[in-house]
Design a binder for this molecule. Sequence first.
Ligand code: MG
Length: 369
Amino acid sequence: MKIDSVELRQLRMPLASAFETSGWREEEKTCIIVTLKGDSKSGFGECAVSQGPWYSYETLTSAWHVLEDYIVPLVLGKVFRKPSEIVGALAGIRGHNIAKASVEMALWDLLAKGESVPLSKMLGGTSHSIVSGVSIGIQKTREQLVDMAEKFLEQGYRRIKIKIKPGRDVDLVIAIREELPDTPLMVDGNGAYDPKESGSLARLDPFELLMIEQPFAWDDMVEHARLQRMIRTPVCLDESVASLSDLESALALDSCRVLNIKPARVGGLTVSKMIHDVCLGRRMPVWCGGLLETGVGRAHNVALASLPGFVMPNDISASNRYFKEDIVEPEFRLKPDGTIDVPSRPGIGVEVLEERLEECSERVKVFKT
Ligand code: MG
């Protein structure tokens, strides 16, 4: 299909509540929605980048710059028959995976709509619903954390993840275990721990956590492997695995026993699927993480999580976990059994609401052939 136009649209939306990790706090959601048009159809992707270089080195400003000046010229007016072709087209751009992923995912949506198939089916998904967990940012008090976890469990969420940082870890896990002892629970350090603090991470070992996610820095595979040798709780990597070769390094070193796959982090769905396939072959459980996506990125994540290797609860919550009003219809809703339906309509399977896009836009640019 020939790409006739590319639209970049920067959005700013209030979050239902602020989200705080070990390293940063987000009061509002920013992103760039990418629309590719071809054959009278529109494909949507989300550049789920933060305002600043916290989760990744990419920022809202850097992503717009890389999209406008380097990615759009490689895509506009070009013909793509398979989504994987765009990965090759963008291979000359080093890094900037979150920017690349937005266009790659928009192409998946466009081609799936061109073939009138749901995105999940095009990816090889086998599930009609995905299991939903919830991620809770750092709260001011233990009581607030426990109240919030209780509220989400009542709504049906099947797993609680709590953000931790040095000095705010064992006490939080004890608080949850005392009040909600049987909760499927995991923790995420977002790279805040120094390897010298491995001792406090080892103290989490008796609490039957599903996993400890990314305690050490994004570029430190060796320390994660050392920790995994010290504890029986599985170590999960997130920030450290941005490519298939990163996964190979992690496997060779035994740096993790579980993997969080985020399409935005690895440059899109093509590489996500390759990573999934390797993990499935190695019997390493995977789950899909999130970056506070709007309904557009959420739809891509849901489609990916319908693949058979996604056997653990995903950080894919309902739209209302993050937004009073999403930009898609229907919004993603949590069912009482803690699952979210995989859309069955063509492409991402939800309608992007033009009016909502306009309301939230702070910058728009359209590129035409
Ligand atoms: Mg994480």
